[in-house]
Ligand binder design. Structure first.
Ligand code: HEM
Length: 132
């Protein structure tokens, strides 16, 4: 992933729009809705936005507030399977369309989101498309 190219193209503004569009979809989602804290959606939105500003724009705010991301550890309380992974990426893909992220940039980001989401899976699958 070319972080510099992505950040030059969409900036903090694009990241903010995309994250807002993502969290707009979360509460009504039948898989993800119940996982996120209903009483702190703004907090969740801020954490993802700060993380992406850190990861794509080298902004240190996330690290100052939260420390090292340790995303697998932070997702351990939630059951993340293939369906959760694919739904997260789907909502984010829709959010990128709504936020008018240029197609080429969205395609690159989608690969990154899928890789992170897949790395966060933490339950063994017995009946998914890829049996383990
Ligand atoms: C695989 C599907 C995923 C599910 C079901 C999921 C679910 C969650 C939930 C329920 C939280 C807690 C909300 C909060 O308090 O912030 C969270 C936090 C977070 N997620 Fe995910 N997530 C997924 C994928 C991802 C991906 C792909 C990324 C990054 C590219 C990501 C980045 C984060 C970050 C940065 C936080 C806040 C961590 C912190 O506490 O500082 N998540 N996620």
């Amino acid at each position: 992933m070319n972080e510099v190219k992505i950040f030059e193209a969409i900036g903090a503004e694009g990241i903010g729009k995309m994250v807002t569009a993502f969290y707009k979809r979360v509460p009504n989602d039948d898989i993800l809705g119940k996982m996120y804290p209903a009483d702190d959606m703004e907090g969740s939105e801020e954490r993802l936005r700060d993380f992406l500003l850190f990861r794509l724009g080298a902004d240190t705010t996330y690290m100052e507030k939260r420390g090292h991301p340790r995303l697998r550890m932070r997702h351990a309380p939630f059951e993340i399977n293939f369906r959760g992974r694919d739904r997260w990426v789907k909502l984010m893909s829709e959010a990128m369309v709504e936020a008018e992220i240029p197609e080429e940039i969205a395609a690159e980001l989608k690969v990154f989101f899928f890789q992170v989401a897949d790395f966060l899976r933490n339950v063994p699958e017995t009946d998914g498309p890829f049996k383990i």
